[in-house]
Design a protein. Structure first.
Length: 115
């Protein structure tokens, strides 16, 4: 939550391109940042996510309705059949996904360059 919540959604966050300025959300983000109990921190993270999505529950008011689609969950991609474990989109902090990408030279559609 500290990597993905605070910088993007705190009013003073370094990556707050949404220009979101919500004192209630700031309090939640600051609370999760200083919480060391894992279960309590997870509960705060869940509460922050519900707040961002504008969901009511647990006494919450309608949330910030922040624009959380900066990384779309739907992807349309064309790839070669011999490319295994492709990375659909590189994103901050996810470049390690590419460590498992490989070329299957035994695939019928794979042909090397002529020498």
């Amino acid at each position: 939550m500290d990597d993905w919540g605070f910088p993007y959604f705190h009013s003073t966050g370094s990556k707050n391109t949404f220009r979101l300025d919500d004192p209630d959300l700031d309090l939640l983000l600051e609370a999760q940042r200083s919480e060391f109990d894992g279960d309590k921190r997870k509960a705060l993270g869940d509460q922050i996510q519900r707040y961002l999505l504008g969901l009511e529950g647990d006494g919450m008011q309608p949330g910030a309705h922040a624009r959380v689609d900066y990384a779309a969950p739907y992807l349309a991609i064309v790839t070669w059949p011999y490319l295994k474990n492709p990375v659909f989109f590189p994103w901050f902090g996810s470049s390690y996904w590419a460590s498992n990408v490989w070329l299957d030279k035994s695939d019928a559609s794979f042909s090397g360059r002529p020498a």
